[in-house]
Write a protein that binds this ligand. Structure first.
Ligand SMILES: Cc1cc2nc3c(=O)[nH]c(=O)nc-3n(C[C@H](O)[C@H](O)[C@H](O)COP(=O)(O)OP(=O)(O)OC[C@H]3O[C@@H](n4cnc5c(N)ncnc54)[C@H](O)[C@@H]3O)c2cc1C
Length: 299
């Protein structure tokens, strides 16, 4: 069977190719690199979307943003609204791969690759983000919280193209953080990751969202940990209690990067660090981006 490759210049052209059985390729840092490593062969029919201007850019309104599917990790880290108001997402994009990976890798590809270890999923889930999917039948919106169904799997149909990601403005007094356990600074994926988004009013946590990464077949929220934080001062005792619940909710695997027991233990550490940094940011303290290295050495 012969291979086909189309470099689409419009969303209409791209979704029509998807309807005909093609697979989208944006930066290719998952699809092509994965094929080279023998994860899955390059699809017979590809539609490249990197020349579609409609899919570019990041626009901010209030404290929220709309990310075009082609927004790169580098653009995300540099965006002032994201750095100031949606900081967990900046933490995540700042540690994807290397400079080259962040330059070429897109938010659309990161999401639709649906790795349980991918960086942006926890922050997008906890910040209440939604994606817009377009096909030849029209468009629909899906909450990132409801998107992932398993490793490499989402509720999206094969004919649907992710066109944009909307991240809403957060309430006043909200801080967020994503941090991961990593063995080296670059070219690494999360061994364990955690996201926390907290709203603090007059010293009390009034809302909290917590998600764990690389600890289950999909990135997932931990409602028990969120409930344990609300009504507290968000200090060490509360963070430890929520972190223990996040560790209990994890279902990690053992592989070359770490045993399941080690991952579960680190789930508590990473979750507590994410909560502490989110509370610090919510209360006006400065925590550098990305949060992960700044937190190394913390106890
Ligand atoms: C050396 C290296 C290090 C990396 N480190 C990290 C890391 O630390 N953390 C991390 O999270 N990831 C990491 N990655 C993975 C990858 O770089 C990111 O996931 C990146 O964001 C993928 O974007 P892309 O545009 O290259 O995706 P592509 O490879 O083009 O596509 C990935 C998947 O998404 C689909 N797709 C792409 N765009 C769309 C769309 N708009 N609509 C529908 N489907 C779409 C493709 O069909 C494919 O299945 C690394 C990759 C490499 C090579």
């Amino acid at each position: 069977m012969s291979r086909t490759y189309l470099a689409a210049t419009s969303v209409t052209e791209a979704v029509s190719a998807l309807a005909g059985g093609a697979r989208a390729i944006a930066g290719g840092t998952d699809l092509v690199v994965g094929a080279r490593h023998g994860k899955a062969p390059i699809p017979q029919s590809l539609v490249a979307i990197h020349e579609i201007d409609e899919l570019r850019g990041i626009t901010g309104s209030g404290g929220g943003v709309r990310l075009g599917a082609l927004a790169s990790h580098e653009e995300i880290v540099d965006h002032p609204v994201i750095r100031e108001h949606l900081t967990a997402l900046a933490d995540a994009s700042a540690i994807v791969g290397s400079h080259a990976t962040r330059h070429v890798g897109t938010i659309g590809g990161n999401i639709m690759n649906a790795s349980p270890a991918m960086e942006s999923g926890g922050p997008l889930m906890c910040l209440g983000a939604t994606i817009t999917l377009q096909s030849t039948s029209g468009t629909r919106t899906v909450a990132v919280d409801e998107l992932f169904t398993g490793p490499g799997r989402t509720v999206a149909e094969s004919g649907e193209l992710l066109v944009s990601v909307d991240v809403p403005a957060q309430p006043a007094g909200t801080g967020s953080c994503y941090c991961r356990l990593e063995y080296r600074r670059q070219m690494e994926i999360a061994i364990v990751g955690a996201t926390a988004v907290v709203t603090v009013v007059d010293g009390t946590v009034t809302a909290a969202r917590v998600a764990i990464t690389a600890l289950a077949p999909t990135i997932r929220r931990v409602p028990e940990a969120e409930a344990a934080l609300v009504g507290t001062d968000g200090g060490r005792v509360a963070a430890d209690a929520a972190a223990a619940l996040a560790a209990s909710a994890s279902a990690p695997i053992s592989d070359v990067r770490g045993s399941a027991d080690y991952r579960r233990a680190m789930a508590a550490v990473m979750t507590r660090r994410a909560i502490e940094a989110a509370v610090a940011r919510a209360t006006g303290q400065s925590v550098s981006i990305p949060a992960s290295p700044a937190l190394h050495g913390a106890v």
